[in-house]
Design a protein around this ligand. Structure first.
Ligand code: FAD
Length: 399
């Protein structure tokens, strides 16, 4: 039977998860189902308006509550497994809902982990209730995969503050954000050690959207410009020179959640393909009866299971505090996003021409899945990181 939920109840039953995670998955799934018509509406809405509306809705209904740890205790878990399950279920339901949830979490997490008390008090309550929309800006046209090449400069000002000059590229929520976490070059140390993170409200003079971009799957997306943008010393997040650590720590924690979103998209495609092949008349029977169709559906299930398990393992490693979790996060992201691309493509194939019609579920998923193999670490780059964790000298082959 198709799962018709963003998660696999059998995998959720494994010891990677606790009862609190199972409750969360059920609750967010029920919530997604209760807003059925909204998902249709937001797809027809301008992406900026849809983004604002969804962050506000998620905040109003408590799904962003964990972004303000001072409001605890919460009755739902706020760990990495919870983030993954929420993304899996939201992505299954609607790409824009996952986007709103994930970018808000991405922007708030460095404040939760590295912010001082004032910064937390100033920003986290608004990020948790949806009234402050966040963005996280590290990429530049000249510095994408190579994070340490960031060039946007932050020069010390005589009043102890900084002046930011430069550009950021490909930023999610660029056109709707109220607050941007910016990684800039202060030169406090050589090369990668010369980066610092800043909290920059968008109403700071000198900050502007330099270009709005239409992404393959519509969303708030664009390039940002910072011109003589003066921020006080209190805008530094963490310590001067800690910017690369903050950026890498965040990306390592979020990569497996990108894998989780990929699983959500893939599971939606798999469910649609199963329903279609059982329904479609072919050769005096149903499409499903053909051996090669069954083989394709079986491969989809194999990939989905493997991807879900890798995501669950990586999130579990992170939550239990294993310092080696980053490798598992990279493995989960590479496998789940590549497998999901494959699953969505196989589903389009099983639908035939109907799978390519604009607005159909498979056409939407085909566009939505593509960027996941690029952002927060392109598959090729992560493969190199995974290979670097292998100590070839300790290999078992060659005696
Ligand atoms: C939808 C979307 C949302 C995004 N949101 C954000 C955001 O909110 N904030 C932000 O800061 N950035 C964001 N980005 C930018 C994203 O992080 C970068 O696109 C990504 O890091 C890759 O950088 P690049 O595009 O410059 O590609 P490049 O770095 O130019 O790489 C291009 C390709 O070259 C290959 N390659 C690069 N390096 C290596 C290597 N070492 N070994 C082997 N192959 C390699 C890979 O195939 C890679 O895909 C977003 C991107 C997308 C598509």
């Amino acid at each position: 039977m198709p799962s018709t939920t963003g998660f696999d109840p059998e995998i959720l039953g494994l010891p990677f998860y606790g009862d609190e995670h199972r409750r969360l998955a059920q609750q967010i799934n029920t919530w997604c189902e209760s807003y059925g018509e909204l998902w249709q509406t937001v797809r027809r809405t301008d992406p900026d308006e849809a983004g604002r509306r969804l962050v506000q809705l998620l905040g109003d209904e408590g799904w962003l509550m964990s972004l303000d740890p001072t409001t605890g205790p919460h009755d739902l878990p706020s760990d990495t497994r919870a983030l993954c399950l929420a993304r899996e279920t939201l992505a299954y339901t609607e790409d824009l809902a996952d986007f709103a949830y994930s970018i808000q979490s991405l922007a708030a997490t460095p404040i939760i982990r590295y912010g001082d008390e004032d910064q937390k008090k100033t920003y986290l309550p608004g990020m948790a209730d949806g009234s402050i929309i966040g963005a996280f800006a590290v990429s530049e046209l000249e510095a994408g995969s190579e994070v340490s090449a960031v060039g946007l400069s932050a020069r010390r000002f005589h009043d102890g503050g900084y002046v930011l000059d430069g550009r950021k590229a490909w930023i999610a929520n660029a056109t709707i954000a109220d607050l941007i976490v910016v990684i800039a070059r202060t030169g406090d140390g050589p090369g990668p050690l010369g980066l610092t993170a800043f909290l920059v409200p968008v109403d700071t003079p000198g900050v502007r959207v330099s270009e709005r971009l239409n992404a393959i799957a519509p969303r708030s997306f664009g390039h940002l410009s910072f011109e003589h943008c003066h921020v006080p010393a209190e805008a530094v997040l963490g310590r001067p020179g800690q910017g690369l650590v903050i950026a890498l720590d965040l990306l390592e924690r979020f990569r497996m959640t990108v894998g989780a979103a990929a699983v959500g998209f893939a599971r939606r495609a798999a469910d649609a393909a199963l329903v279609h092949t059982r329904d479609r008349d072919a050769y005096g029977g149903k499409l499903f009866d053909l051996q090669l169709v069954k083989s394709s559906l079986a491969d989809i299930q194999i990939r989905l299971n493997a991807a879900s398990l890798l995501v669950a393992r990586a999130a579990w490693e992170c939550d239990r505090g294993d310092r080696g979790f980053a490798k598992h996060s990279n493995i989960a992201k590479v496998y789940a996003t590549e497998a999901a691309q494959n699953v969505v493509d196989a589903s389009v194939q099983l639908f035939g021409a109907a799978g390519l019609v604009e607005g159909s579920i498979t056409e939407r998923l085909y566009r939505q899945i593509r960027s996941l193999r690029i952002y927060e670490g392109a598959s090729d780059v992560l493969r190199i990181s995974i290979a670097e964790t292998l100590d070839m000298r300790r290999g078992t082959h060659g005696g």
